[in-house]
Design a protein around this ligand. Sequence first.
Ligand code: ADP
Length: 399
Amino acid sequence: MKILVINAGSSSLKYQLFNMESGAVLAKGTCERIGAGGTVTHKKTGAQPFFEERDLPDHGAALARVIWLLTSEQYGVIASVAEIDAVGHRVAHGGEQCKESCIVTEATIKYLETIVPINPLHGPPAIAGMKACIELMPELPQVAVFDTSFYSHIEDFRYVYPIPYEFYEKDRIRRYGFHGTSHRYVSAKVAEVMGKPIEELKIITCHLGNGSSITAVKNGVAIDTSMGFTPQEGIPMGTRSGSFDPTVLTYLMRTKGYTPDEMDDIINRKSGLLGISGLSNDCRNLHDARENGNKRADLALKMMTNGIKKYIGSYIAEMNGVDAIVFTAGIGENQSDIREEVCADMEWLGIELDIDRNRNFTRGIPFNISKEGAKVQTWVIPTDEEYMIALDTKRLAFN
Ligand code: ADP
């Protein structure tokens, strides 16, 4: 069985074709600058990568090129589209109605169109990606997998915001949570490698990349998460501020005359690690700068690691304990210094790293980095959102 996973962004379309018998990726790639020129990067596993500049006016054109590549004699891995069994779509926002992954129907698309106002960046490209696939591969089952659905069991006192209740009732302003597919994958994986049923575990998953979120998973269910109405809430990220006193926004708008769009730009693209350090949004650069005595790089990293520590502490309190902490994504999987800083001085909570294991381990596989005998197990688990989407697609399309 072969499943194509599609992740459509505002000007990009990423894809992976899985062989579900072996779990292997047969080919993957990215179309970028859709609507503003266009580039295509394609890689058949085991072969040289293919790259081209090509006019891609919309997501439909990008998808047509992907299908051409997947079926081409030179770069392809299948003889025709008929070899693909189903398509899985990453959808960032499922609103309040899409509580689980589902087969895409007209009603699904109609509902997703109604929530575009609360998901203006990611909604339209996801819908365009689904429509393009339906048009080009009408006979195939299409499955939507939502980043928000892992959070559909969070209780109201954790998702309602402390502003007049009508904003929730009338405008659907609430915590939705994001990165759910990644948190779902790594929490299931850590239970598997610990050899325990997830229903008996309390897990805190830290997805730390350019965007970062922390999730509390109790007995297999996400009970709280750091991201909120948008992926802006939580800890300081690459260029996003994360949470801070909301009055700062109104103060700045009043005193400096910023428009809502300008304010959005500041908190989304000019804040976080980049805004604090004035240097970079990339942790690797900040790590080097800090080693060379750069105080603001040091400040930015301390603010991030302290933010993560605070979420871990609060989720331990909310779950009345923790069995496993998981680090994943670009920073979580690769930056041992950040993991050490987050886990420092938490012996009292049972969290202790084996420094040698933390610094020297085999990349790309789950790895236990906790000290022998530590009460809480700390793991690095490589995330694989695309494979999770492929698994959901297989389950929904063929069960
Ligand atoms: P995104 O949220 O865009 O998917 P990533 O998960 O790729 O982001 O994470 C980007 C962050 O991860 C950057 O801050 C970068 O410093 C860090 N990172 C990514 N890869 C590595 C690596 N191989 N070694 C060290 N740090 C890395």
